[in-house]
Structure formats: C-alpha cells, structure tokens
Design a binder for this molecule. Structure first.
Ligand SMILES: Cc1ncc(COP(=O)(O)O)c(C=O)c1O
Length: 707
C-alpha cells in the first residue's frame, strides 16, 4: 500500500514533506516551511529600501483623487494643502502630526482625544466655496452670460453647525445661501443666514411640506430672509396659499420640475419621468393656472430640478439643464415672474481618481467644465427663446464638503500571515478513525507519493468532510477533528492551494456609524495608511470593524481592488497604525447610525497657521460617551449608575462612572486613555505640535459623569 511509504507514526508534516516532488516545490517544498524570523527581517529591510513615498502615492492614486488637497510628503505621511493649489510650501499640514497632537497624552502637549478622529479643515471648505464660485464666475464672464451665479449649500450633506456656519461665512461675498429639506434644517438655515448670511442669499425650501413647514418659510421671509418655497408636489400650492393668507406674507414660490432626462447611475433613480419628486408638464400647467387665477403668478420665480447626485458627464448635464431651461422659458412665456433657475445638486466627486464616467465612483469632468456646461446650456436656450438670462443657482453639496474632513482610525490587530505549521500525530489520528476515513487517508498518502496533487486535494477534502460528519454524530472527539484539520492544512500547503485570501485587519471603528454608505450603497472612499508610506505596504488586507455584524467590514476599495495594501502592524492590540478615510465629508455624518451603540468620532478643527507646525487646532471635542449613546436609546445613565452603585464600593463606583463617561471604542496602551477626556477642562497649555493661538482656542469638552 502506498501509505506504507510513510511512517504512520511520524508527525505528518515531515512525512508529507518527504514525499513531495522537488520540481513542484523548487527550493525544497517552501509551502511546508515556516519562514524564519531572520529571513523575514532581511526581506523587510530590502523592501524598505526599494520603496518610496512617490511609489505609495502612485499605488493609492493619491494625486488622482486627492489633488489639489492631499498628497504624500517626503516623510511618508499624508499631508494636506489647505488652500489647494494656492498653498505655499510652508503651509502644508502633516496629517500624522495632527493625529499626534489630537490623540497624544496631555502631559506631552497632546489633547488626549480618543480615536476614531474626524479632522475638519475649514480652509479646505473655504477653498471649495471659492473655487465653485470662481468656476461659475469665469463661465459667466467668458461667455457674456447676462446674469450671475448664486448658489446654495444643501445642508443635508452635512448639517454640522461649524460646517454650515463656515460655508455661510465664506460664501457671504458671493451671496451664497442654504437649502433645507425639513423643518429642523430650515430652522438651522434660518438662524445661520440671519446671523451671518448675505441679505440677498437664497434660502431654498425643498422637501415635502406641511402647514408648519410652509409657515416657517413664510416667517423667514417676514424676517427679511430670501426664502423660496419650492413645490415638490402640486398639492403643496394650496398649503402655501392658505398659510400666506393666514399670515399675511406674500410667498416667493419655486417649482420642482420632473425632467425626462434620466441619469443611469445609482443616484439617478430619483430622476426621469418616474422619479420620486417634482411636477410633470400637466401639473406645472395646473399650478400656473391656479396662481394666475389667484393673481399670484408673479410669486412663481424659481424653477428647480435635480438630475441626481454624481452626474457622470457634462453631456448628460447639458441635456438635463437644456430641458429645464426650456421649461423655465415656457414659465416666463406663461407670465410667471421667473428670476432663478436652480439646477439642483449633482456636481460629482472623483472618488477613485479615474476621471471617468464608467462608475458612480468618478465623474468625467472638472469643476470648471461643470460650470461651463451649465452656463452654456441655460444661455443657449434662453437666447433662442429670447428670454432674459436667469440667475443660476446650484445646490452642490457633495462637491463642497467631501474634501473638508478626514476620518482617522486605527487598525489594532490582524489575522496572522500564515498559521503556524501544524504537527499531526498520525498514529493517534489513525487509531480513532473509522475504516472509510482510514481509506481516504491511505489514498491521500498514495497520491502524495506519486505527486498527484489534484487527487491529494480531493482525498483531503473527502477525509475532512467524513470526519466532520463523524464528529456531528458524536463518534469523533475534538482532538481528532483538530488533527484532521491540521493534516488537510499540510496537504493544502503542499499542493499549493493555500487560500491566498487577504489578511483581515481589525479596525477601531464602526462602518455603520462612520462610513454608512460603504455598507448601504457600496460606496468606495479612498482609504490608506496616513504614515509609513516610505515603506512598502506588503500585505493585502481587508478591514473588519468592531460591530458584531458580518456587514461591518470593508472588502472593496477604489481601483477595483478587493484588498488594500497595508503594512505589518507594530504589534497586536497596541494601536498606533492609522488609516485615513478621505472624501467622506458629505452625507456620512448624518446617515451614520448607532449600531452596537458605537457613537461618532472625536472631532478636531484644524486651521492652517503660521506656527512651526503649520496648523492650529481651533476646536476639539471627544465623540459621544457611552452615557450619550445610551441616552439616545432612552436609557437614563444617571439612574443606571445609581442602581449599579448600590452594589459596589466607592472605588468601583468611580470606575463605573468612568465607563459611562468614556467613548465606546477600544482604548490601547499606545493611546491615551479614553478616560483622560472625561471631565477635561479647557487647556491651551503645552500644545507642542501646532499649538493654537490662544484666542483661537475654544475647547469643547462636553462630557463627564461625576460620582
Ligand atoms: C434636491 C437636492 N438638491 C441637492 C442635492 C445635493 O446633491 P449633491 O450632493 O450631488 O450636490 C440633493 C442630493 O441628492 C438633492 O436631492
């Protein structure tokens, strides 16, 4: 019997190695050999020398999706050009230094914030606002367009107070306004525009409306805000007319048109004739008729439409804008007081840096080309119809806020590169096996002797399945199951069918909270290590988050990758290997949920400064604590604490209070303790890396459950 060719009592790893064919495994059956530590370190040194920051930049296509804001610097860190292409050499901000400042121990000048960390760059936001306005301004001036651009920011993209306030402030010279889609959004838009907006700025009120919403919008007009109530459905007209009569406030009305132009990508599902929103031709005529009969046709001043987010090409854009411009001209012909054409959102982001229209991850135009296409399409139609050029409004959200923030999170452990080489006691294994399993084993060994690796794999598989069945029947013990698994692993390595699956990196993050679109719609964001980029990232990894959910992972990445090039971690469970998720400033924060009660990240606001490190942290706040997320689910942390306190001593009670006050994420030795943030007070001292100017520093530490 071929099985006799091997010593049945010898550990199988050796027995199998002895019968493998040297030609198949040149160099002596490498699959069966565990690399030595010495060999490993030699390889690492060699690859370090061969690699460079430029190669990393090319590998992750940083210039493709990141320009003009993100690049890899000579230190091998991701860095930020806060003013885009206008950033001077000494103004670039090293992201790794920002993270060190934000998360470092307070005793060493850090802010002691727990990860994950959202880093906001208001300068980038300013640059986006200015670039959008400059692009339209150029298109208007260079074509002799007879009116102007006056955009609004749709607050649903990111309702964070500081983001909205920044946009209104930076947009003030451009009469930049806001768009709201619900009552709370309208309230925040009203107060923000009232406090710091340009008096001419538009306040576009979209979304389905009831009397309360419409009344609020009319009240905004009475306060001197330039609010426009946009009808999403024909029925809303009656609500507007009634509220206007009751309040004695004359409305400015807009109308959302349902275009026939349809965008084929994921974000186009709300467009086209069957789209969810807007009025069709008959409904538009009906609204015009009603307004005319009420003597209110002059109130209809704005035409709105939205082709969909991430419009892929300027050809589709021109088509849709051209169609809408025809409707605009028809409304003017019918006697409406038309003044504004609002082209909605859709100005896209090049998430994968390919500048192509093939997927939802990219778009085949620049900001300037987008603006030129809109202005040209409106101008062309109005000229043909002899209608005065309207003010062009856009509701560009994604394009304004995507770049302004970076989410930084840690990988804290990874599945091992190769499982330790199993040693199998064959005598023990054979002793307990039933006859059919023994036959499989013998056939397996025979095939090995003859170098028939396909047959080897077949018998190994059969043996494993039979043993699993025996185990389920209670006929084999765990030791046998482990021995068979070990044997099959040895065979797999020997025949070269070791599973080459990427390694799993565990990240201190909730995908559902911080990157919900990756889970919900398969969105990909650029993700890469923010440091060590002068070292070759030699490991292919996927990312698995903290939640107890099989969907809590990232397995597809820009560039058509199903794994991400990563580095070996500094150690297991130590933290300190930082990854950045870029271009996620739109939608993710508000869409994120509380799955497993993981709350949002800590947040810092980082401005370019003339200090030695080029940045100042002007605002810092830890993320929601365990108490905060419990409260969000109607629990009462204070009551819970009192109940638990009855059962323990003072020292343990203090620890319990700390647990309520800490963020829900993991804390590692390399990190500052999350507890360090608890009840922390303002402090601008010792801020070594990029210290904020004192007048800029407004620490907001919002937590602390006291015993
Ligand atoms: C009516 C409306 N306006 C503006 C936007 C913002 O679009 P984007 O983020 O693509 O600019 C949206 C998003 O879908 C929208 O529905």
């Amino acid at each position: 019997m071929p099985a006799l060719a091997v010593d049945a009592a010898a550990p199988v790893a050796h027995a199998f190695a002895s019968c493998v064919d040297a030609a198949r495994f040149p160099g002596g059956a490498p699959m069966l050999m565990v690399p030595t530590a010495a060999a490993d370190s030699t390889t690492t040194t060699a690859t370090k020398q061969e690699w460079s920051a430029d190669l990393s930049s090319a590998l992750y296509n940083v210039d493709g999706w990141g320009a003009p804001y993100f690049f890899v610097n000579d230190d091998g860190d991701v860095a930020v050009r806060p003013h885009g292409a206008a950033t001077l050499a000494g103004q670039e901000i090293d992201l790794a230094k920002v993270v060190a400042k934000a998360t470092g121990p307070r005793a060493a000048g850090g802010l002691g914030l727990p990860l994950p960390l959202l880093v906001r760059f208001p300068d980038v936001l300013r640059h986006r606002v200015e670039s959008l306005n400059a692009a339209f301004d150029y298109a208007v001036r260079s074509t002799g367009y007879g009116s102007r651009y006056q955009g609004v920011y749709p607050v649903k993209c990111n309702q964070d107070r500081h983001v909205v306030e920044d946009i209104v402030e930076f947009g003030e010279p451009f009469r930049f306004g806001l768009e709201a889609g619900s009552k709370p959004e309208l309230l925040l838009a009203m107060s923000c525009l009232a406090a710091r907006g340009n008096p001419d700025a538009l306040l576009v009120c979209n979304g389905y409306k009831d009397d309360a919403y419409v009344s609020l919008a009319l009240t905004a007009r009475a306060m001197g805000l330039n609010a426009v109530v946009v009808l999403e459905q024909e029925e809303e007209l009656d609500i507007v007319v009634d509220a206007s009569r009751r309040l004695g406030i004359r409305p400015v009305i807009g109308m959302r048109a349902k275009l026939r132009t349809k965008h084929a990508g994921h974000f186009g599902s709300t467009s086209g004739e069957k789209g969810k929103f807007g009025l069709n031709a008959a409904q538009i005529l009906s609204v015009v008729g009603k307004l005319k009969s009420l003597g209110m046709l002059d109130c209809l001043q704005l035409l709105h439409f939205h082709i969909g987010s991430q419009i892929p090409t300027t050809a589709l854009l021109s088509d849709g804008v051209g169609e809408a411009a025809q409707i605009y001209c028809e409304l003017a012909r019918l006697g409406a007081g038309m003044r504004v054409i609002d082209v909605g959102g859709g100005l896209g982001i090049d998430y994968d840096g390919t500048h192509s229209a093939q997927t939802d991850m990219s778009v085949a135009y620049s900001l300037e080309e987008y603006a030129a296409a809109v202005v040209a399409a409106v101008g062309r139609v109005c000229d043909r119809r002899n209608v005065p050029h309207p003010i062009i409004c856009s509701e560009s959200g994604r394009a304004l806020v995507s770049h302004h923030s970076v989410l930084v999170f840690e990988a804290f452990s990874a599945s091992s590169a190769a499982a330790p080489h199993p040693m199998v006691d064959t005598a023990f294994l054979l002793e307990g096996l039933p006859d059919d399993c023994r036959a499989d084993y013998r056939n397996l060994m025979a095939a090995a002797v003859h170098g028939d690796y396909d047959t080897c794999a077949l018998y190994a598989d059969q043996l494993k399945r039979r043993c699993a069945d025996q185990f389920k029947e209670g006929l084999l013990g765990l030791e046998h199951l482990a021995a068979v698994d070990g044997l099959c692993e040895i065979v797999a390595r020997g025949v070269g069918c070791v599973d080459a699956a990427p390694r799993t990196y565990h990240v201190n993050l909730s995908v559902f909270t911080s990157l919900p679109d990756t889970w919900a719609i398969g969105q990909q964001f650029p993700i890469l290590p923010i440091q060590r980029l002068r070292e070759r990232p030699a490991v292919d990894g996927v990312l698995s988050d903290l939640t107890c959910d099989s969907d809590g992972k990232l397995t597809s990445f820009i560039g058509d990758r199903d794994s991400l090039p990563l580095h070996e971690l500094p150690g297991h469970g130590v933290g300190g290997y930082y990854l950045g998720m870029f271009l996620g400033g739109a939608y993710q924060e508000a869409l994120g949920g509380l799955h497993n009660l993981f709350g949002g990240p800590s947040v810092v606001r980082v401005a370019q400064s003339d200090g030695p490190h080029c940045f100042a942290v002007t605002r810092a706040a830890p993320g929601p604590s365990c108490a905060d997320v419990l409260r969000a689910m109607q629990h009462e942390p204070e009551v819970m604490f009192e109940v638990l306190k009855q059962r323990t001593d003072d020292a343990t009670a203090a620890a319990l209070a700390g647990a309520f006050g800490a963020m829900p994420y993991l804390v590692f030795d390399a990190d500052v303790s999350g507890g360090e943030c608890s009840g922390m007070s303002s402090d601008s001292e010792g801020s070594a890396a990029g210290a904020a100017e004192e007048e800029d520093e407004e620490w907001e530490f919002m937590r602390g459950l006291t015993v």
